[in-house]
Design a protein around this ligand. Structure first.
Ligand code: ADP
Length: 359
């Protein structure tokens, strides 16, 4: 078992005026892989440090399997942490690095051997057990760190940006390996990253943090398709969501102060300012049918199966996605249709998404 309850967890460091983490509420189910994502300084490491016991809570409570961990010594909390810098002991072999904690806990030689063999097999480290860490690649070192965490069979794995030191290709492989490992171990994992792609590809559920506060909790598709506010919409998804200024009118919406689009029913409060957000796949270049605006093509990124088209309308830059070959070139004026069914409307004042589906 390894379910975790965060009950209004807050942390304010004595030297700071503002909270590093504020009213953090979350129920993590046994066996879930939760990815906590947010920009630098949003409170991700603070969250992990509170769980480990490296820091104390200002208020609230954290429970593992229904039991508060606040009064427990860090070593008795039954959590294992994997860091960005693998923290391996350079003078010990891979075997001894994995076995280190068990030796300190004075587990029997037989048990240690069984566990090291089990972890090394799962992480494909069997042929490296006798070598020292300096002979290994970054990815292999991180696998040793994972194996060392695994042999403790903790209730909860905490991972703090474990892949940030690896190059792009290795990161991709390792993130898939961690996901596989998670499935094989049925372990509860809390994985922290600033990388939204890692979050999207790995998570059962994503928690988005900004300035110490949860912005949204949801599955990757919920977060992408139904962002609760402007921050979430802009943080998740590449290319970034395109934004147009707009205002409510009697008959529909006024886009970029100029283009009135009549909608079937009134979506926006009249004369109130909003930002209309659309993902690139919901903006199309068209040659016929309904056209909402004409824009100038600034740049085309050819990605193979699809292309990204960077467009400009007056002061507004936005991005469209096209599939297959693109017949347009830089400087061309093209006709644009917006798929308003998929539009998000963010209130200019509150930044909340006022409706999560379109017109
Ligand atoms: P993240 O991991 O998302 O980058 P952190 O949890 O490290 O964010 O930091 C959250 C906020 O708490 C930041 O404003 C940071 O400056 C502050 N902070 C973190 N650790 C300490 C500390 N030991 N003392 C004082 N302030 C801290």
């Amino acid at each position: 078992m390894g379910n975790v309850t965060f009950n209004k967890v807050s942390k304010r460091y004595e030297t700071n005026k503002s909270y590093a983490l504020k009213d953090f509420n979350l129920q993590v189910e046994d066996g879930e892989l939760i990815v906590v994502v947010g920009p630098s300084g949003s409170g991700k490491s603070t969250l992990l440090e509170l769980i480990c016991g490296f820091e104390t809570l200002t208020s609230g409570d954290i429970l593992i399997d229904g039991q508060s961990i606040q009064d427990k010594h860090p070593k008795d909390r039954d959590v294992a942490m994997v860091f960005q810098n693998y923290a391996l002991l350079p003078h010990l072999t891979v075997y001894d690095n994995i076995a280190f904690g068990m030796k300190i806990r004075k587990e029997s030689k037989k048990v240690i051997e069984e566990k090291v063999t089990w972890a090394a097999k799962l992480l494909e480290l069997e042929s490296y057990l006798k070598v020292k860490p300096k002979k290994l690649s970054g990815g292999q070192r991180q696998r040793v760190a994972l194996a060392r965490a695994m042999v403790r069979k903790p209730k909860l794995f905490l991972m703090d940006e474990p892949l940030s030191n690896l190059d792009a290709k290795l990161r991709d492989n390792m993130s898939q390996e961690i996901k596989k490992l998670h499935e094989a171990l049925h372990a509860t994992m809390l994985y922290v990253t600033h990388d939204q792609i890692e979050a999207m590809t790995m998570a059962d559920r994503i928690v988005i943090l900004n300035q110490g506060e949860i912005q949204q909790v949801g599955s990757p598709s919920e977060i992408y398709q139904e962002p609760k506010n402007l921050f979430v919409a802009q943080f998740i998804g590449r290319p970034s969501i395109s934004l147009f200024t707009c205002k409510g009118t009697k008959r529909g919406i006024l886009l970029e102060e100029e283009i009135e689009i009549i909608t079937k029913k009134q979506v926006l409060e009249e004369d109130r300012n909003y930002l209309l957000g659309l993902r690139s796949e919901h903006i199309q270049i068209v040659t016929e049918g309904e056209v909402h605006l004409e824009a100038v093509l600034q740049k085309v990124d050819y990605l193979g199966g699809e292309s990204l088209l960077y467009l400009q309308y007056k002061n507004c830059s936005f991005t469209a996605k096209a599939y297959g070959d693109v017949a347009y070139k830089k400087g061309d004026t093209v006709k644009i249709r917006l798929d308003l069914e998929k539009a998000h409307y963010f209130d200019q004042e509150t930044k909340e998404n006022i409706r999560r589906n379109g017109t």
